[in-house]
Design a protein. Structure first.
Length: 237
C-alpha cells in the first residue's frame, strides 16, 4: 500500500502549484511527465490568487509597472500574511499517493497564495498522512521558502519526503535586472538598462535535473508497480 490507498490502483500523483509566470508549472509538468511514464495517474491543481488587494496586479503578465507591482505584496509577505485564494475542486475529493507542491519565492519566503493554501482546512484534508515533495523556483532565495513550505505541510499532517530548488543564472545585480526586465516585458532580452544580462527563469538543464529527481521518487515510491507497467508496455502479450 502506498500513501494509504489500495495497492491495486494506479498510483495517483498530484501536482499542486501556484505560479505567476509559469516557472513552477513548467517544473511540475516535467516531473509529471516522468510519473506518467512510470504508470502513475497525474492530476494538476492550480491555486488562484484572488485577493482583492493584489489580484488585479497578479492576473496580468507582463506586469504593468514592475517595481510597484512587486512591492505591493512586500509588507504582507514580510508579515507572512495570508490572503484570498481559489482552491480547485479536484482537491476536495482526491486521495493521492504523492503530492508535489511547486511555488516561487516572493520576498525571500513562500508566496502569499501558497502560504494561504497551506494554512487552509483543504490542505489539512489533502496532506494528512500523505507524502509530499517541495519544488521551489526563484531568482536566488530558495532556502526560507522551501523550509516554510515543508514546515506548513508538516503542520497539516503531511510527510515531507524531499525537495528540489532552482536559482536563475547571474550574480545578484544582473540576475535581478534580468528578472525585472522579463517581468516587465514578458520577453527575454540580451541587454537591459545598457547592461548585458543573463537568461532568467528555469533552464533546460534544470528541467533535466527535475526528470532525474522525479525518476528517483518514482523508483522509491512506485518502484515495483511502475517497473511491471513498463515491462507490459514494452512487451505486450
Ligand atoms: C512579487 C515577487 C517577489 C519576488 N521575490 C523574490 C525573492 O525575494 N527572491 C528570489 O530569489 N526571487 C524572487 N522573485 C522571483 C520569482 O521567484 C521568480 O520570478 C519565479 O520564477 C516565479 O515563479 P512562477 O513563474 O512560478 O511564479 C520574486 C518575484 C515576484 C513576482
Amino acid at each position: 500500500m502506498i500513501g494509504g490507498r489500495r495497492g491495486t490502483q494506479r498510483p495517483r500523483v498530484l501536482l499542486l502549484y501556484y505560479t505567476y509566470t509559469g516557472q513552477s508549472l513548467k517544473v511540475l509538468e516535467t516531473a509529471g511527465e516522468v510519473f506518467r511514464e512510470r504508470g502513475c495517474e497525474v492530476e494538476k491543481a492550480k491555486i488562484e490568487f484572488t485577493d482583492h488587494r493584489f489580484a488585479d496586479r497578479f492576473s496580468r503578465f507582463p506586469m504593468r509597472s514592475v517595481w510597484p507591482d512587486m512591492l505591493s505584496v512586500l509588507p504582507a509577505q514580510f508579515r507572512r500574511a495570508t490572503g484570498e485564494i481559489r482552491i480547485p475542486d479536484v482537491l476536495r475529493n482526491g486521495e493521492y499517493d504523492l503530492v508535489c507542491v511547486g511555488s516561487p519565492t516572493w520576498w525571500r519566503t513562500t508566496s502569499m497564495p501558497m502560504r494561504s493554501f497551506l494554512k487552509s482546512a483543504e490542505a489539512q484534508k489533502l496532506l494528512t498522512g500523505r507524502p509530499f515533495v517541495v519544488f521551489v523556483v526563484c531568482r536566488r532565495y530558495w532556502r526560507d521558502n522551501l523550509r516554510a513550505v515543508r514546515r506548513l505541510g508538516e503542520k497539516r499532517g503531511g510527510r515531507y519526503v524531499g525537495g528540489l530548488h532552482f536559482e536563475y543564472p547571474g550574480g545578484q545585480v544582473k540576475s535581478l535586472l534580468s528578472l525585472t526586465s522579463y517581468l516587465g516585458s514578458g520577453e527575454y532580452r540580451d541587454r537591459y538598462l545598457g547592461l548585458r544580462i543573463p537568461m532568467t527563469n528555469v533552464q533546460p538543464d534544470q528541467l533535466e535535473e527535475t526528470r532525474r529527481f522525479a525518476g528517483a521518487l518514482a523508483d522509491r515510491f512506485f518502484g515495483t508497480e511502475s517497473a511491471a507497467r513498463r515491462q507490459k508496455t514494452v512487451h505486450p502479450q
